[in-house]
Design a protein around this ligand. Structure first.
Ligand SMILES: [Zn+2]
Length: 593
């Protein structure tokens, strides 16, 4: 039988004639390196189990998605001592043997079950159970990462995938046992960051670690999916680049050639480095672990600080809410039709619009998304807000020299009147002191980035120091792709910051506003006591457009709205602009009783 029927080759592999030397691989395009990272014959999680002893499958089930994150109790022997472990691994398919994969492809049911390697809420629930058990059974946690991203479907949104990913990140950050992550193949988007917020992050030499697929990035940047190579180059998606940027702690050599050519050698190489890190982490006494973790995450991220003069030229209170006429009315939005199809022209009373959270009572059209300052005016007592000195000069840093990012930042700062997407400070709500963090949708969609991580970190430190509750207004369309994977790596940092506050018995309250998606949703959108604004939309993990493209049909109008989330059990407390202040104070007073 000719060799090619047993193996899969990308065009650049020239049917196996490619040399596969480190030098030749370095010369491949960024997109080819990306493809290499998920070559179907690269070892998968189950192949790495050969490194461990007493391996025992746990929490398996027939539920859809359970096979996409698998969990095993195991042991490893280092210097004649057996160390108990909990292994949590993303498994993208049944096998790494190409011929068997081809056979599987003929079975529609099996193909469906493996879901293109995209984990569902059930997958993350399995990971959460394993983390809890590891903590009860004193097992170090090792996660194995390999995913094109989390499942972008209506079902996963209905199952609360954003909150399940957020909870997984929180559990790892709060684990009393040490945590270690190995990026085996492709670690893409929130699906990956769910498992990489660990005490150490290792990566196979030819793996990739990225916030968004090159195709999706190209479609946003260039309005076409065909410039994926440029998008990949700009985003610096290889783990090797991630190592240089400080988001990967150690690269595991793949010698003499990539893992799909020499799987045994690659797994052995991973074993050597894993042992070294497991030993290093077991040496940290349990009671010092959280302090070490805090030190580690404190250093994560890059940003710049500007002079007061520069900030004075930018800062202004931008408002987007409509200004009513003398009679208290605002113009009706264009194309308003009642449920019975009747066109409506008459002006709308500003107070009813405000009470309805700026959503048209007749047709559901959103008039505006209030600005960060509009929320400050709405939630905090008049003139009580005072921006933190320690956060007000922080601005975003273009660490990748990403095309157009600096220019975009400059224009956005002027337009939004903000230094970055997040503003933090002190204020009062009905005379109760709070540390407040607001997010501006007009600042690149409020996207989660490294400065967001740092500002919330510092705001949390202020809450800790002063023993004052935190109120966060979450908003944003996802993670900032201009900062590549580094934007996403600041998500666990925010979790850790908020955990430090909660562990001191200080309340954290998060208001979920329109929109709260992706990086924001799995970050601070998943934390604290969560309040959902009435009539908000676009709340969840994947955006409506991404899901519609993937599933190939339109989604219902009320999809991902507060009401829809409530019906699916994800929005317990709903607030209106009229009730929000009272509700927050009520929660704070009840908690302090
Ligand atoms: Zn309307």
């Amino acid at each position: 039988m000719p060799e090619h029927t047993n193996h899969f080759y990308y065009p650049f592999e020239e049917e196996g004639e490619f040399s596969y030397s480190a030098e030749r691989i370095e010369q491949l395009s960024e997109y080819e390196k990306y493809q290499l990272s998920f070559h179907p014959e690269r070892p998968k999680y189950l192949d790495y189990l050969s490194l461990f002893e007493s391996v025992e499958d746990c929490f398996s089930s027939d539920e859809f998605g359970a096979c996409l994150i698998q969990t095993h109790r195991a042991e490893i022997t280092i210097n004649n001592t057996s160390i108990p472990l909990m292994l949590i691994g993303q498994q993208t398919g049944p096998t790494s043997r190409y011929k068997e994969l081809l056979d599987m492809m003929k079975d529609g049911e099996k193909v469906k079950q493996w879901n293109h390697g995209m984990p569902t809420p059930v997958s993350y629930e399995r990971a959460i159970k394993a983390i809890d058990s590891a903590n009860e059974e004193n097992r170090m946690i090792i996660t194995f990462v390999d995913t094109p991203g989390a499942d972008p479907t209506e079902e996963s949104e209905a199952g609360g995938i954003a909150w399940r990913i957020g909870e997984t990140i929180q559990k790892l950050i709060e684990s009393k046992m040490a945590t270690l992550s190995l990026i085996m193949n492709r670690g893409c988007s929130g699906g990956a960051i769910a498992l990489t917020g660990c005490d150490g992050v290792l990566a196979m030499e030819y793996s990739t670690y990225l916030v968004i697929s090159p195709e999706a990035c190209s479609s946003i940047l260039f309005h076409t999916r065909t410039r994926a190579n440029e998008a990949a180059e700009a985003s610096q998606i290889t783990s090797k680049e991630g190592f240089e940027l400080g988001i990967v702690d150690e690269l595991i050599p793949e010698k003499p050639s990539p893992a799909h050519r020499h799987p045994k050698e690659a797994i052995q190489s991973a074993g050597t480095v894993l042992k070294k890190w497991i030993q290093r982490l077991t040496e940290i006494p349990e009671k010092e672990l959280f302090t070490c973790r805090t030190e580690r995450w404190k250093k994560i991220g890059h940003w710049k600080e500007v002079q007061e003069k520069q900030s004075e030229a930018i800062l202004k209170k931008v408002s987007r809410v409509p200004v009513p006429n003398k009679e208290g009315f605002v113009l009706r939005h264009k194309n308003c039709y009642s449920g019975s199809g009747k066109r409506i022209y008459d002006p709308v009373s500003n107070s009813s619009l405000w009470k309805n959270n700026y959503v048209c009572p007749e047709c559901g059209h959103r008039y505006v998304r209030p600005s960060a300052w509009d929320y400050i005016d709405q939630i905090l007592d008049k003139n009580s807000f005072c921006e933190h000195e320690v956060t007000r000069f922080i601005v975003d840093k273009d660490i990748l020299q990403f095309p157009g990012y600096d220019e975009k930042l400059e224009a956005t700062q002027k337009k939004a009147g903000m230094m970055s997407a997040v503003i933090t400070g002190m204020g009062t709500i009905l005379d109760e002191k709070v540390v407040y963090c607001g997010t501006e949708f007009g600042f690149l969609g409020g996207s989660f980035c490294m400065s967001t991580g740092e500002k919330i970190w510092r705001a949390a430190e202020s809450a800790l120091k002063k023993q004052i509750p935190m109120v966060l207004q979450a908003c944003g369309g996802g993670a900032r792709m201009h900062e590549g994977c580094s934007s996403m790596v600041s998500i666990p940092k925010v979790h850790l910051a908020l955990t430090r506050v909660e562990r001191k018995g200080i309340p954290v309250i998060t208001l979920i506003t329109d929109p709260t998606l992706g990086g924001v949703a799995i970050g601070y959108g998943s934390r604290g006591i969560r309040l959902f604004e009435i009539n908000s939309g676009d709340i969840g993990f994947s955006g409506r457009r991404v899901i519609e493209q993937y599933v190939g049909h339109k989604l219902p109008k009320d999809f991902q709205t507060t009401q829809w989330l409530y019906e699916h059990g994800h929005a317990e407390i709903i607030v209106t602009p009229e009730t929000i202040k009272q509700k927050i104070v009520e929660i704070l007073q009840n908690l302090s009783l």
